[in-house]
Write a protein that binds this ligand. Structure first.
Ligand code: ADP
Length: 495
């Protein structure tokens, strides 16, 4: 039996697994890491702490399983995407902490840039111009450390997302590399060519010499230094965390749609080997690029979902726990014409209107608490149905099923309604841990006959909901809800 060590360097914590070459996770370990908020809107992490925790978890997993470093055939790593740092090539020391994806310090500058170049960025990279992406964080660092630009241009500084920082250290400062799903989120790359784009580099004034080499996600990214890992182990997977979750769930074929039902709803549709220039308020990205095949994805974002359920509890005091919502919703035959628009912080896909605000509409004297609660749950399913319709149109892809993950999937009412409103099956995958996905892809990169395409069969869904609503009814409900949404847009009340 061969074993892979998979590690997920997430936003608030690190989780790792040992997975055997049959695709069975034999042990997990995790650790919390700190986030620092030096100013409002800023968010930083300590790169040394992240490295230390990764190595610590590795030792703990070896101890737990009784395996030795020489028993580990490969390593897979996934990370929190856009978060990045800059370090000194000679000393190996970071010149500034990690600036994380949530950090908004460059928001005003990136919005201004977006007004001028938003369209070109969308067609070139598939992204929206947003301070979220790494390019803006690198820009800020170069502008705020002594001689930053000069040192970068002379080749003294290196920049990368967390995978690149970790591989550099895992390999004893030999490997300076990233993968195609990670390079994509830096907003400096053309995902069709998998190379740094000269126009973007020039506009951001970031010298190419400070950026890592881009390779496929299941290539040999580096070989670990024996002093660091106790053996020379090939790292054969690197992914952004969203892609690792997709791989873990087995939703890796064209037409697979993964939807997260957590604080918000996030949709990722695999569009096969086609990069689609996004319209309809979607974004595009490389989902994963293996040596043997490449998969792109279309993304949709709905800011508010589970957070509206939390608001029913904490803000309105209508319920005592989120789990009550199912029984309450099922206690009435419908929402009695009440619709809820989950625009508590504005609306993302497809409108991208930050001024929109939440609303209940269609209220009458007969509306009850149960109708309101039901309308809130329905709004989550409605916004996902609307986004998936847009994805179908924009991609021309026949969506086969929804793979649902996240805290709200325990709500059977919501999941059944989702199947009905989308007219397709909704499955809850048995596996969604990104570290498991990273370990599995790593196994596929070392010449085992392990294929990520087999994961659906290895971990069959724990539950599937089948659609039963008539198309006419589906269209009526979505149409009414969209009318409600329109009334909340462009909301600029006088102060
Ligand atoms: P995140 O990862 O974004 O923090 P989770 O995937 O952990 O979110 O999901 C938590 C969300 O799910 C919370 O916002 C909560 O309100 C919602 N939630 C939890 N249980 C239920 C339930 N039974 N019905 C509806 N919503 C639920």
């Amino acid at each position: 039996m061969r074993y892979a060590f998979g590690i997920d360097v997430g936003t608030t914590g690190i989780k790792a697994a040992i997975v055997d070459s049959d695709g069975k996770a034999i042990a997990y370990e995790n650790a919390e890491q700190k986030q620092y908020f030096p100013r409002p809107g800023w968010c930083e992490q300590d790169p040394d702490e992240i490295l230390r925790l990764c190595l610590d978890i590795y030792s703990r997993l070896l101890e737990k399983t009784g395996l030795k470093p020489k028993n580990i055939s490969c390593i897979g790593l996934d990370h929190q995407g856009e978060s990045c740092l800059v370090w000194d090539k000679k000393t190996g020391r970071p010149v500034y902490p990690v600036i994380t994806w949530q950090d908004r310090r460059m928001a005003a500058v990136s919005d201004e840039f977006g007004k001028q170049y938003g369209d070109r960025i969308r067609t070139l990279t598939g992204l929206r111009s947003d301070s979220y992406y790494s390019a803006w964080k690198i820009r800020w660092i170069l502008d705020n450390i002594p001689d930053g630009q000069k040192r970068a241009e002379s080749g003294e500084l290196l920049a990368g997302t967390l995978n690149t920082w970790l591989f550099w250290n895992f390999s004893g400062r030999k490997a300076f590399v990233t993968d195609e799903s990670s390079s994509d989120v830096m907003m400096l790359c053309d995902p069709r060519q998998a190379c740094w784009n000269d126009w973007l580099l020039e506009k951001m004034n970031i010298p190419k010499v400070m950026l890592p080499k881009i390779v496929p996600c299941n290539d040999i990214l580096c070989i670990t230094d024996e002093e660091v890992f106790g053996a020379d182990i090939p790292v054969t997977c690197s992914l952004a965390d969203c892609s690792a979750g997709i791989v873990a769930s087995g939703a890796v074929m064209e037409g697979d749609l993964m939807v997260t039902y957590g604080t918000g709803n996030f949709l990722h549709l695999i569009t096969g080997n086609r990069f689609i220039v996004p319209t309809g308020g979607l974004t595009s990205a490389c989902s994963f690029a293996m040596k043997e095949r490449k998969a792109y994805q279309l993304n949709g974002i709905c800011y508010t979902a589970g957070s509206a359920v939390k608001w029913l509890k904490n803000g309105l005091g209508l319920i005592e726990s989120a789990s009550e919502t199912q029984a309450l919703a099922e206690s009435v035959k419908d929402s009695a014409g009440v619709y809820y628009v989950p625009a508590m912080n504005g609306i993302a896909t497809p409108y991208w209107d930050q001024s929109a605000r939440g609303a209940f509409i269609g209220l009458t004297a007969a509306s009850t608490k149960a109708h309101l609660v039901r309308a809130v749950l329905e709004s989550c399913a409605l916004q996902v149905a609307n986004c998936s319709n847009i994805m179908r149109k924009v991609s021309g892809t026949d969506i086969s099923r929804i793979n649902a993950m996240g805290g709200m999937t325990v709500n059977g009412f919501l999941m059944q309604l989702q199947a009905d409103l989308c007219g397709m099956e909704v499955s809850l995958p048995a596996q969604t841990e990104p570290c498991y996905g990273a370990a599995c892809m790593a196994l596929s990169g070392i010449g085992t006959d392990f294929r990520i395409e087999d994961l659906k069969a290895i971990n069959p869904p724990i539950r599937t909901y089948y659609p039963s609503m008539k198309e006419e009814e589906r269209n009526r409900r979505i149409g009414n809800w969209l009318k409600a949404v329109e009334r909340t847009l462009d909301w600029h009340p006088q102060e």
